[in-house]
Design a protein around this ligand. Structure first.
Ligand SMILES: Cc1cc2nc3c(=O)[nH]c(=O)nc-3n(C[C@H](O)[C@H](O)[C@H](O)COP(=O)(O)O)c2cc1C
Length: 253
């Protein structure tokens, strides 16, 4: 059992010695690639975000962001602005190029084969101009779509998140959910190692970007799986929460 679990951590020689449970990926079988981002109701009213070209925030030296990065679990009541939310979304999942054949996207974070298996959900509690609720980032459009206005109160959220209860005090919780098939389509068994590594790239950018707006975050792997999957309305199998990170303004360090 432990051996099988540890196998997840390994790279494999797929050419000469593929592992026994390897399967031929759909890409090699000529199956069309999955969509680059999750579909949304075309009649939905999308929320415009600030264009990255117009960001005035986040202009601190990279060396300071790296040196000062730390996990923050205590937030002030100050709201985040729409520009700050736009900047954090772009810094974590911003799209730089879409393949003309719609097979891959290039984003601000790397991803094996450009598969980019993550969707970003926001549990918005305290952001200027945005109503409390659950939203999803549309990275190709650089817009938000409302998932549901239902978000438990801060107290309920603290209850549901039990020992990570500080998420209740944040302005927004980033929830990254993977669609495993996006990566499986190309990489078969090695997908799971890639998917997990890639969450780290995304979250590190969030940490660094927070430094540029007097905000803080804390990576959380020990969340309640069912609670999170239900909040963002995913089935927990074909799409599931992998990593979360509450963000809020912090007192000067
Ligand atoms: C993969 C991963 C999972 C983590 N999960 C949690 C968590 O569930 N709850 C929490 O409070 N902190 C969590 N952290 C934050 C760590 O506790 C934190 O990074 C560590 O204490 C070092 O502090 P620093 O980030 O300020 O350097 C996690 C960090 C990583 C990288």
């Amino acid at each position: 059992m432990i051996k099988e679990r540890r196998d997840l951590l390994k790279a494999h020689d797929y050419g000469a010695f593929p592992p026994e449970d390897w399967w031929e990926p759909d890409q090699r079988k000529g199956v069309s690639p999955p969509p680059l981002e999750k579909s949304f109701d075309e009649n939905a009213k999308l929320i415009d975000l600030i264009d990255p070209k117009n960001f005035k925030v986040g202009k601190i030296p990279l060396i300071d962001a790296i040196a000062n990065r730390a996990s923050e679990r205590s937030f002030t009541d100050k709201p985040l602005t729409l520009e700050e939310i736009s900047y954090l979304l772009w810094a974590t999942q911003g799209v730089k190029e879409v393949d003309k054949n719609k097979v891959w996207t290039r984003r601000v974070v790397p991803s094996g084969g450009g598969r980019q298996p993550y969707e970003t959900y926001l549990l918005i509690q305290n952001v200027d101009t945005l109503k409390r609720g659950v939203y999803r980032y549309l990275p190709i459009e650089h817009k938000l779509v409302l998932v549901t206005e239902y978000l438990p109160s801060a107290d309920e959220l603290m209850d549901k998140a039990w020992f990570q209860n500080f998420i209740g005090k944040s302005a927004v919780v980033f929830v990254w959910a993977a669609t495993p098939y996006k990566t499986e389509w190309r990489y078969s068994l090695v997908s799971y190692k890639d998917i997990l590594i890639e969450a780290g790239h995304i979250c590190q950018n969030l940490y660094l970007a927070c430094e540029g707006i007097d905000a803080g975050t804390c990576a959380i792997a020990a969340y309640e799986q069912k609670v999170m999957d239900e909040l963002i309305q995913v089935d927990g199998e074909n799409e599931l929460t992998i990593y979360i990170a509450p963000v809020g303004k912090i007192k000067a360090r």
